[in-house]
Ligand binder design. Structure first.
Ligand SMILES: Cc1cc2nc3c(=O)[nH]c(=O)nc-3n(C[C@H](O)[C@H](O)[C@H](O)COP(=O)(O)O)c2cc1C
Length: 197
């Protein structure tokens, strides 16, 4: 597939025929007071917004009511779940949001930005892959993960060493864009609902 390139301005550009922008919902996995999630999701959104191939909307269980969250998920072509690891798994508020929704995820891709201690949140991500299989969503192979995440962001939410994370993000976004474009075309050709149990 065509690669993503970053302009000097920071915007992501994908060199390929013009395709309508992919709408990405960035989902906040933590609602904890003082959550690091604000910084990790803020960085994620800053990476993908601009004049690039994506437009972004946040879905924050700590800020939006359920009706608003459903609406935002429903109009998205793709998702990025920003999740910490809690007790080797994903946080309860994230699962509550997933369990309160359903059709909004169907036939769409889900990518992950994870964070935590030594595992970088990857145990939460691996468990979420099983959850999203039940929702007829396709999870993306490559993600971005932050081990010992509290050391990686400064007080303003900037990454102390941005290179590795930006490369991982570009890889993930390339895959997410491919799946989101393909699945949007497929959903528009044959609605997925008839295949969902
Ligand atoms: C209840 C709880 C359980 C946690 N369990 C784990 C864990 O199993 N593995 C890990 O790497 N980090 C664990 N952590 C550390 C969190 O991943 C880290 O504090 C992270 O910043 C939490 O995200 P938040 O600040 O956005 O809520 C735990 C934190 C909390 C609050």
């Amino acid at each position: 597939m065509a690669p993503l390139h970053r302009q000097p301005s920071g915007a992501l550009i994908m060199h390929r025929p013009l395709i309508p922008q992919i709408k990405v919902a960035v989902i906040y996995g933590s609602t904890r007071q003082g959550r690091l999630c604000t910084k990790v999701a803020g960085w994620t959104i800053a990476q993908i917004e601009g004049d690039g191939p994506f437009c972004v909307e946040s879905v924050d269980p700590g800020a939006h009511d359920l009706a608003e969250q459903k609406e935002r998920l429903g109009r998205a072509d793709a998702f990025i779940v920003v999740t910490p690891e809690y007790n080797r798994s994903f946080p309860a508020p994230l699962k509550a949001l997933i369990d309160a929704t359903g059709a909004e995820w169907r036939g769409k891709p889900v990518a992950f930005v994870s964070y935590g201690g030594v595992s970088g949140g990857l145990r939460a991500v691996e468990q979420l892959r099983l959850v999203f299989a039940e929702l007829h969503a396709a999870t993306i192979r490559d993600g971005v993960c932050f081990a010992n995440a509290w050391d990686q962001f400064d007080e303003t939410g900037r990454l102390r060493d941005a290179d590795r994370a930006e490369r991982a993000m570009a890889t993930m976004l390339g895959q997410l864009h491919w799946w989101a474009s393909a699945l949007r075309t497929a959903r528009n050709t044959v609605p997925y609902g008839q295949f969902a149990a």
